[in-house]
Each structure stands twice: as structure tokens, then as C-alpha cells.
Design a protein around this ligand. Structure first.
Ligand code: ZN
Length: 163
């Protein structure tokens, strides 16, 4: 298990547009493993490569249903709306209210560089939108309605409140 350091908002790597992955290499595989280790260690729901300082279009997500690896994800369709609490591992201890689509359909590559499509609703849709934003250098704070607020340590993860 190898953990990578999570970059905190203000780090310039979080403000850059990431490059697509063109081939799977042992180094990229190692990065993906490390990203998952780092995500679970931080009790997060999602992590994007720029959050560990790598400007590649790679996202890992686990909303509690097992790990999802999205390489070069593209949102094909979105619909509906959900408004709820959102946080980010790159802005620990804070959260804000963000409105996102309630449904998204994406295409992405898996770790074997095979294309697949995935549909998500509710928390998964929110996580996908949040992480895809990271790949374009966008932090969720840009979408926050009102002020950021403090959250306690056990709520300090990329997730929506259950309510
Ligand atoms: Zn984030």
C-alpha cells in the first residue's frame, strides 16, 4: 500500500487541465493503485489524479459499492438536479451546498484501456461530476451556493449528507 500526498486547494496542480491517458503503463497502473489506497485511507468517495499532483485524466470513485476507475471520462448525458452538501479531500474540514445533475451517463476507459459506458444517479452522479471537474482544474467551491461551512472530522469526506 502506497499513499500519495493529497494536494490542498491553492496548489497550482489543482488548477490545470489534465492530459488524456494514451497508453496503460506499469507506472500508470501503480498510480491507480496508489490513488485507491489514498482514497480509502482518507475515507473519501472520489479522488482525481491532479489531487495527487499528476495531471492525467484519471479518476477513482467508491461510493460504497466497490472501486470504479475512470480513465479519460467524458459525460455524455446529464439530467435532473440534486442539491446537497459536498466536500473535497483537497479542502479538508469544509463543505458547501452544490447543485449537480441527478443523473449522468459517461464513457470512459477501464484499466485495460477498454471503453465502457456507465450511468449514475444521486451520490454517484455527484461524485462523477465533482471528479470530472478536477480534470479540468475546477474545484467544487466554484459551484457552491452561499458560504462554505466547517464540518467535523467524521463528515470530512467527499460525500453528500445522507438526509
Ligand atoms: Zn474534490
Amino acid at each position: 500500500m502506497a499513499l500519495r500526498q493529497i494536494r490542498i486547494m491553492g496548489d497550482e496542480k489543482l488548477e490545470k487541465v489534465c492530459r488524456p491517458v494514451t497508453e496503460m503503463t506499469p507506472r500508470t497502473k501503480e498510480l491507480i493503485r496508489d490513488m485507491l489506497d489514498t482514497l480509502y485511507d482518507a475515507n473519501g468517495v472520489g479522488l482525481a489524479a491532479p489531487q495527487v499532483g499528476i495531471l492525467r485524466r484519471i479518476v477513482v470513485i467508491d461510493i460504497g459499492d466497490g472501486p470504479l476507475v475512470l480513465i479519460n471520462p467524458v459525460i455524455l448525458e446529464s439530467s435532473g438536479e440534486q442539491t446537497g452538501q459536498e466536500g473535497c479531500l483537497s479542502l479538508p474540514g469544509q463543505a458547501g451546498i452544490v447543485t449537480r445533475p441527478n443523473y449522468v451517463k459517461i464513457k470512459a476507459l477501464n484499466e485495460d484501456m477498454e471503453e465502457f459506458e456507465l450511468e449514475g444517479t444521486e451520490l454517484l452522479a455527484r461524485a462523477i461530476c465533482h471528479e470530472c471537474d478536477h480534470l479540468d482544474g475546477i474545484m467544487y467551491v466554484r459551484h457552491v451556493e452561499g458560504e462554505l461551512f466547517e464540518v467535523t472530522a467524521d463528515e470530512d469526506e467527499e460525500k453528500q449528507e445522507e438526509s
